[in-house]
Design a protein around this ligand. Sequence first.
Ligand code: TYD
Length: 208
Amino acid sequence: MFITLEGPEGSGKTSQIPPLVDFLRLQGIDLLATREPGGTAIGDQVRSILMNLENQAMHPRTEILLFCAARAQIVEQVIRPALQQGRTVLCDRYADSTLAYQGYGHGLDRVFLRELLDFTTGGLWPDFTILMDVDVEVGLQRKQKCQGEWNRLDAYAMAFHQRVRQGYLEMARQQPERWIVIDASQPQEAVQQTLRAAILARLAAEAK
Ligand code: TYD
């Protein structure tokens, strides 16, 4: 099964994923955990171009193609082979991030983006997507204060991040069979428990 975690800035994915992965492996799940952009040697090089604060001149179309370049690589090199071996894959961000950030955030044509994403992924979409939803101001404050990592994409205007959040919520509403939305503003431990329960429930349902 292919599971993705999505969310706006500061939704807490980075701190939640390591204990989540440890827990799932302890349950005996053969789990491959990876992240986007990156996750391969080629993808990590593309990631550093995308995140570099010096690249202020980057056009949204350039940005999309770089995200897609990294994604095409991770799909064929890592994700698809693992799924073919029957493993469970957990990916921190995936194609829905492009729809949320470049589509809803930058206002690029989402019909076209979906086609581009089908091309990029060879048609591989997640079976299950968890949206870690958080208020934009809370999320950005968290990110600035706690993690200290402030990249080029975080620096976009607040209105951009509001559109990203609303876009995620809309996508979740449109495909309720694939998405669940969890409240990531809860205390960290509560979010962790919710994530664990959601994934175990979905894996159990798939196994039936
Ligand atoms: P990262 O440091 O991994 O942030 P986070 O912990 O929030 O996942 O940076 C990823 C950034 O890239 C984040 O701002 C979302 C953005 N992004 C896109 O704009 N489009 C995409 O397709 C992907 C995968 C990420």
